[in-house]
Design a protein around this ligand. Structure first.
Ligand code: ADP
Length: 427
């Protein structure tokens, strides 16, 4: 049989998903698993739970499809870090989760890294590494750092010590030079760092035991992954410079494909490499969380239907769920503004949706001011994407076409990476 299917798996914050696609991007199967609770001395054993989930997802894939899968990739949450034994791959301690802060290591990291570098945040992978290094004298010689996606992929291919430059950004990897910087390599703990490839690069063939257990073919390859938010961007298939994805979930996050690298720590604007392009992103605190405080999903739908999207709303709000904004305005003391409230809820909602659209427009114009490629088209993901009136309001305010993304699952994006890897098959 021709092997023409590609498997992506997403290990997100609340659970894991898989997607099987073909070359055209058509979905052949997808599924979801919650992380099972596995306790060790009353603490969640995340590594065992992820491993179990990986095997459960592989089991969930229809048996008839596994022999047709040519390649596999996995994304994980950014900065979720494992320190493992460099020979056996078994974790030497419990994983450091994506949002966990290792503030005790921050001063040491700041003393070696350039000012305002991504690693200068308590939850960065490098702070986690330094924290581990400073509290473990004995295992240092036999330790290795892996990101969540790297470790899960290792369970499939068995070659220890491979990562991708999206996951490795927060440990200090320089995606422009395509190497670890010298300030990092001169540290004793740099011995623990994995080697780095592009996302969606082939690592090796699937391990024999996994292959036999689930019915994959011998030449099924395993490819490097990426982070969950990049995988979600990839899912929208915005593949040219000027294409962007706005995620309207609890917050408003924008990501734009750019030919130029732009970063600005003041606004929390960061930049990931995607082959010969850059994925520029920023996140505002405005978004669906404010809508949720005021309206139910049913009310949102019902009221939105009564809005005339071609008419501008005169109401000028700055909807925030709490004090403080980072992007596109950096002001930790910014007050939420939702006054005056008109008698009509339709007008009120119109004003909020229009104001969030203005913040989105400001977000894209700030990215342009910082040097990124001009936006041409915006795809939308998240709960707000289902609102047709809002899409029309946003088109008018932004001044470029806005479309709902067809695919938004990170697992679908990971499957696209697997497809990419199979096309450049060189092991
Ligand atoms: P999360 O970031 O929590 O994953 P989701 O992508 O699930 O968020 O989106 C949920 C948000 O979408 C909620 O905050 C909700 O207020 C908003 N939402 C739901 N329905 C609509 C709608 N019809 N129009 C605009 N926003 C909506």
């Amino acid at each position: 049989a021709t092997r023409n299917l590609y498997l992506g798996m997403d290990f997100g914050t609340s659970g894991a998903r898989y997607a099987v696609i073909d070359k055209q991007g058509t979905l052949h199967a997808e599924g979801k698993r919650e992380y099972p609770q596995i306790l060790v001395t009353n603490q969640m054993d995340w590594a065992s739970s992820w491993r179990k989930t990986l095997l459960l997802l592989l089991e969930d894939i229809p048996n008839s499809l596994c022999p047709l899968i040519a390649s596999i990739s996995i994304d994980g949450t950014s900065a979720t870090t494992l320190i493992v034994n460099s020979k056996t791959g078994e974790p030497l301690c419990r994983p450091y989760l994506y949002n966990e802060a290792c503030l005790e290591a921050l001063e040491a990291v700041k003393s070696v890294a350039p000012e305002n570098h991504t690693v200068c945040s308590g939850s960065s992978t490098l702070c986690k590494l330094v924290s581990w290094w400073n509290s473990h004298d004995s295992d240092r010689d036999s330790a290795m750092l892996l990101h969540q996606a790297d470790w899960l992929l290792w369970l499939l291919h068995g070659k220890l010590g491979v990562s991708d430059y999206n996951n490795a950004l927060k440990v200090g990897y320089d995606p422009e030079m395509d190497s670890y910087p010298s300030w990092l390599l001169s540290q004793p703990y740099s011995e623990l760092l994995p080697s780095v490839k592009a996302p969606g690069a082939t690592i090796g063939y699937i391990k024999e035991d996994i292959r036999a257990q689930f019915g994959f073919q011998k030449d099924c390859v395993v490819c490097t992954g990426t982070t969950d938010s990049i995988a979600a961007f990839l899912a929208a298939r915005a593949t040219q410079p000027g294409k962007a994805v706005t995620s309207l979930g609890s917050t408003l996050a924008v990501k734009l494909l750019s030919t130029k690298r732009v970063e600005d720590a003041r606004f929390g604007v960061y930049c990931h490499r995607l082959d010969d392009m850059w994925l520029v992103g920023g996140a505002s605190n405005t978004g669906g969380a404010v809508l949720k405080q005021i309206f139910t999903d049913e009310q949102l739908e019902h009221l939105s239907e009564q809005i005339n999207p071609s008419e501008p709303s005169p109401l000028n709000y700055y909807p925030l769920p709490a004090i403080g904004e980072r992007f596109p305005l950096a002001d930790p003391n910014m007050q939420p503004r939702l006054q005056p409230r008109p008698n009509s809820d339709v007008e009120f909602l119109h004003g909020i949706l229009e104001s969030i659209a203005r913040i989105e427009a400001k977000a894209y114009s700030l990215l342009k001011e910082l040097g990124a490629t001009q936006v041409e088209e915006v795809f939308t993901a998240g709960g707000g994407a289902r609102n047709a009136q809002w899409i029309k309001i946003r088109e008018r305010v932004l001044g470029f076409p806005v479309r709902r993304a067809v695919q938004t699952e990170a697992a679908y994006g990971a499957a696209l990476l697997a497809l990419k890897g199979s096309e450049q098959k060189t092991i």
